[in-house]
Write a new protein. Structure first.
Length: 280
């Protein structure tokens, strides 16, 4: 039985921290589930860590559907959240509803996530009231990186902090079941978490959020383009893979791999006959 949005709400009420991790394919999703991660986000960060772009902007709905459907198919227990990518929900609430429906029907996700505050409230309302749970996402919203002029902390000044509080309350009132706070000062994230009934899930928003989300490739040091300050590297898998691949190349070049143990035998008579027939 998968975790539900009801369970997520209960976890906030009971003071249990929520754990969310991104995953994009069968291997990462299975590893996350085996580690007991209760919420998997198929994030549009796949544009950077899987597709190799320098932002999430090139990601299309069909890419999200493809990756979400893999993650949903190979997991049993985690709640699967699918990101609505850039320009798939900002034109109108109707456009957003249609695309959220595709992500749910064809991608197999239990809920969708979209970026934006106050101005997205009517869209969240439209999707939620059609039966699709929505996770909000405010603060640094990466799809608007060009508008922000870079990946910067949001809400440091009084006006922008007030706006973030308004954003959070309006997304909650529109019916979102939880909200990601990205790159928000820790004390502001604490205040927002106290003000909201729905859980906040932080990334670069301090320890007082109701939960945390991290990117799979960041916490395993698989993504080397830059190291976000908000992440912690729990292992250096990237270095380990690099060294293993170098050893593989060297062993093949030196004919040290494969060994006899990696091969398959055949009857002497058969091979000798073949040599007589075809051998030079
Ligand atoms: O796309 C993503 O992975 C995200 C997280 C960084 C929250 O939105």
């Amino acid at each position: 039985m998968r975790l539900t949005i009801r369970d997520v709400r209960k976890m906030k009420n009971n003071g249990n921290p929520l754990v969310m991790l991104t995953a994009y394919d069968a291997t990462s999703a299975r590893l996350a589930e085996k580690a007991g991660v209760p919420m998997i986000l198929v994030g549009d960060t796949l544009g950077m860590v899987v597709q190799g772009h320098d932002s999430t902007i090139p990601v299309k709905l069909e890419h999200m559907i493809y990756h979400c459907s893999i993650v949903a198919r190979v997991t049993q227990k985690p709640l699967i959240v699918g990101d609505l990518p850039f320009m798939t929900y900002s034109i109108s609430p109707e456009q957003a509803l249609e695309n959220a429906g595709h992500l749910m029907q064809d991608g197999g996700v239990s809920c969708v996530k979209l970026e934006g505050g106050e101005h997205m409230a009517p869209t969240v309302d439209r999707i939620v009231h059609s039966g699709i749970p929505v996770m909000g996402h405010i603060g640094l919203t990466p799809q608007s990186v060009n508008q922000f002029g870079g990946f910067r902390v949001q809400g440091k000044q009084l006006d922008s902090a007030r706006q973030l509080i308004r954003d959070a309350l309006m997304i909650q009132d529109a019916g979102a079941f939880s909200i990601v706070l990205e790159l928000v000062p820790s004390r502001l994230a604490k205040l927002i978490s106290e003000l909201l009934d729905i859980p906040t899930i932080g990334i670069g928003a301090g320890v007082h959020c109701d939960g945390q989300v991290q990117v799979f490739h960041d916490i395993l040091a698989l993504f080397e383009d830059f190291i976000p300050r908000h992440t912690k590297r729990y292992s250096h898998i990237g270095d380990m893979i690099q060294s293993a691949l170098t050893t593989y190349r060297t062993e093949v070049e030196e004919r040290a791999f494969p060994t006899k143990e990696n091969g398959f035998s055949m009857d002497d008579v058969v091979i000798e006959t073949l040599y007589k027939e075809f051998g030079k």
